[in-house]
Design a protein around this ligand. Structure first.
Ligand code: NAD
Length: 299
């Protein structure tokens, strides 16, 4: 069985690595934080002390890191992946990052003799745990085909968006839409409950009406409506507000660079920036409903 190096074992990487172990891959894990690394070891991975040690014997290297700067450093720095991976290793970055950075890293990988794909995911922590993620891939077709069996152990949908960076462009568009939908959903629920409706009753109506969307279906931002959503556990785990803010920043930069009008994306960025500045950056992004509640009571 192939040997996989998994770097970044947070809310997403942790359960993804567990699914690789369940599929009988040999996994060497590395994270700068002790707790997620220890959890991966408990699940059956071998801990590495550095990126270089993690990737030395790996056939496939998977990274699941917070943002562009972490990915750039992990691949390009001295002691990083490109300087330490074995010949012929396949490189798969599942983080959500700027498409330009993805292309830069993929070019450096190619110059160093490695095939690389960007493979950001959709589906959240529940999808990561259930191995039902959607992979949105950019890069050479042949590299995707080589990665496909491994990706299939962690997800159920695999899309090839185009060349290097194309996966990140598609993911950026999806997350800008998700942010807008989450704020819209939170606004509707905040309005309805302040006008006297029960949040579950209103949610059940809208999920069968034309306001239906993913947040209402599986990720309701109101506590007490869905027992498995982050709202049910004080917005812990899930997809952090600061990570959504990062994605909206990536979208804003791309919108500026391409001359695209994204008024709602820009407004979503401002609201998430405010929520983070008020001290809630680590809470799941559905906690944006609390910003609306705070703003409402001030009026
Ligand atoms: P997270 O913050 O929970 O996990 C990131 C992990 O990377 C942490 O454990 C951190 O210690 C580790 N890390 C940071 N720098 C490192 C380094 N140099 N070497 C090794 N480990 C390092 O984040 P997450 O929620 O797992 O998200 C990871 C990526 O997936 C992000 O790009 C995010 O935007 C994307 N994403 C998240 C979700 C979600 O629902 N959480 C969904 C889709 C995509």
């Amino acid at each position: 069985m192939q040997h996989i190096a998994f770097i970044g074992l947070g809310n997403m990487g942790g359960p993804m690595a567990r699914n690789l172990l369940a599929a009988k891959y040999t996994v060497t894990a590395f994270d700068v934080a002790e707790t997620p690394l220890a959890a991966a070891v408990t699940a059956g991975a071998t801990a590495a002390l550095s990126i270089a040690q993690a990737v030395a014997a790996a056939d496939i290297v998977i990274t699941m890191l917070p943002a562009s700067s972490h990915v750039e450093a992990a691949y390009l720095n001295a002691g990083g992946i490109l300087g330490s991976a074995k010949n012929g290793a396949l490189l798969v970055d599942c983080s959500t990052i700027d498409a330009d950075v993805a292309r830069k890293v993929a070019t450096a990988a190619s110059n160093a003799g490695f095939a690389m794909i960007d493979a950001p995911v959709s589906g959240g922590t529940a999808g990561a745990a259930a191995a039902t993620l959607t992979f949105i891939v950019g890069g050479p077709e042949a590299a995707l085909e080589k990665a496909r069996p491994v990706l299939s152990s962690m997800g159920k949908n695999i899309f090839h968006a185009g060349g290097s960076g194309a996966g990140q462009v598609a993911k950026m568009c999806n997350n800008m839409l998700l942010a807008i939908q989450m704020i819209g959903t939170a606004e509707a629920l905040n309005l309805g409950t302040r006008c006297g409706l029960d949040a579950t009753v209103l949610s059940n109506i809208m999920v069968k009406s034309s306001g239906r969307n993913w947040a209402l279906e599986v990720y309701n931002p109101c506590p007490g409506v869905m027992e498995n959503a982050p709202a049910a556990r004080d917005y812990s785990g899930g997809f952090g507000t600061d990570l959504m803010l990062k994605d909206l920043g990536v979208a804003a930069t791309a919108a500026h660079g391409s001359g695209s009008a994204t008024p709602l994306g820009n407004h979503a960025l401002e609201l998430y920036r405010q929520h983070s500045a008020e001290g809630h950056g680590k809470l799941d992004f559905s906690s944006i409903i609390q910003l609306l509640a705070r703003s409402s009571t001030q009026e």
